[in-house]
Design a protein around this ligand. Structure first.
Ligand code: 5GP
Ligand code: MN
Length: 314
């Protein structure tokens, strides 16, 4: 794919899909595409399907137009899957992928198996939003589109800090700044600001965290009863694994939160260990330094397995 516009020829309807439990890059990249098509191809009908998004992203234009239900039997000319490495991570909306006349995938996960008709997959690129920037004509990137892309880039680079950040990433960020976005507010409001109860569960997980493998692995668990007591949902737990990761001398951080039928595992590496490999071995996926999986076992059992797999790589 050289640009998005050439893929919109002879297309009258587009569905944009992203992964379940959408994060900043997923929401930002999907809404960037939505805003671009709405603004520059008003004759095309475009719908974004995502699970409910965190409130912090609701300032982005078009967030109130996101479809959460999949009752409509619409068959789209083109279905674009963004920031999603496999079809099982699309949730219910996967039906629009299967029924679409043509499919495309724009993604940066190393575990992406290129499942669409057209695949624009670059694992070395820091975010799907950065990829979207490259697919749009610069002069057609409005302030609203720039905000969406910036949100995605900020979230997947940890505010331009992870080693996936390149000179190109920073150049793009600079171009987005020139579109007049309030970059300070975007970073503060969507990345750093936490509610009181989010900070309390972070504190509890950190306080009860444990070191394994002579300090190379740190693990923290959020229990369902604590999440209930503090009225926090899974989407409010972003950032906890990153706080674990910055513990001195740690190679891998594992964060697990209990679910009704097992737990969700998030892994972060400081470089030595490939956590994508570990996540894939559990049926999940992600990147070399940041990956995750949905697990059926309870957290302590998952932790034992993670410990073995990290040990094998050290
Ligand atoms: P997080 O730990 O922030 O949930 O996810 C880190 C990275 O791993 C993200 O890029 C995310 O897409 C990927 N990831 C997390 N959980 C899963 C999962 O259950 N399956 C797959 N395939 N990828 C996941
Ligand atoms: Mn991403």
């Amino acid at each position: 794919m050289n640009n998005l516009a050439s893929n919109l020829k002879q297309v009258s309807s587009v569905a944009v899909l992203g992964h379940i439990r959408p994060d900043g890059d997923c929401v930002g990249s999907c809404l960037a595409t939505w805003n671009y098509i709405r603004t520059w191809f008003p004759e095309i009908r475009v719908d974004v399907y995502l699970e409910p998004i965190p409130n912090i992203f609701k300032f982005l234009k078009g967030s109130d137009q996101i479809r959460h239900g999949c009752d409509s039997e619409e068959v789209y000319d083109l279905c674009i899957v963004q920031d999603c490495s496999s079809l099982d991570r699309l949730g219910e909306a996967v039906k629009y992928f299967h029924s679409a006349k043509k499919t495309a995938c724009i993604d940066h996960h190393v575990s992406n198996g290129s499942f669409a008709d057209e695949n624009h997959v670059f694992p070395e690129v820091s975010s799907t939003s950065e990829l979207i920037f490259g697919l749009l004509e610069e002069e057609r990137i409005t302030k609203e589109i720039a905000e969406c892309i910036y949100v995605g880039m900020v979230h997947d680079t940890g505010v331009f800090q992870y080693n996936s950040t390149t000179a190109r990433t920073m150049n793009i960020a600079g171009k987005l700044m020139e579109k007049g976005i309030d970059f300070t507010k975007i970073v503060d409001d969507t990345f750093y600001t936490k509610t009181y109860n989010q900070n309390r569960i972070l504190g509890k997980v950190l306080l009860e965290s444990r070191l394994f493998l002579e300090g190379a692995l740190i693990a923290g668990i959020a229990r369902l009863e604590d999440m209930r007591a503090l009225e926090v949902l899974p989407k409010h737990l972003d950032g906890i694994v990153n706080q674990l990761r910055v513990t001195k001398d740690v190679e891998v951080a594992a964060f697990l939160y209990e679910t009704e039928n097992g737990c969700k595992l998030s892994l972060r590496s400081n470089g030595k260990v490939n956590v994508a490999d570990i996540a894939v071995s559990f049926g999940g996926g992600g990147h070399v330094m940041a990956a995750g999986a949905d697990m059926k076992e309870e957290p302590e059992e998952v932790l034992r397995q993670v410990c073995d797999k990290v040990k094998a790589q050290l």
